[in-house]
Design a protein around this ligand. Sequence first.
Ligand code: THU
Length: 133
Amino acid sequence: MEKIYQELLEKAKKASLNTYSPYSNFPVGACVLYENNNEYLGCNVENVSYGLTLCAERNAISTAITNNEKTKIKAIAIYSPKQTKCMPCGACRQWLSEFASEQGCKIILEDNNDGILILNLEEIFPSGFKFEK
Ligand code: THU
């Protein structure tokens, strides 16, 4: 399992090379893994109107939806060359919780010393907003 997560992080790293982040100079890449083992990439896309910036994680999830993905997310790897342990922002946590697998959603990050850090979405985003449809 650890190997799958390492590979996911490598893919997030590659996606970070495609970033459009001239304002922050803070590239981010993400690779999201679904229950059916489909994977989708995303990178951050900034805008001169700063608040319009799209995060890598939400771009990856949008790509999944665009490709008609109907299963849930079991893991997401997030990588920035500028920072180890590049945690997802609050908005991205809320997005992840919308599509997270009932069995849980792992957050895969680069740790110090080239290792990987595996967190659970539940622990970094407990009690997220929900309502009954
Ligand atoms: N960023 C992401 O792509 N994901 C996050 O979860 C946090 C921040 C991007 C947005 C912006 O382009 C840059 O990182 C600096 O904030």
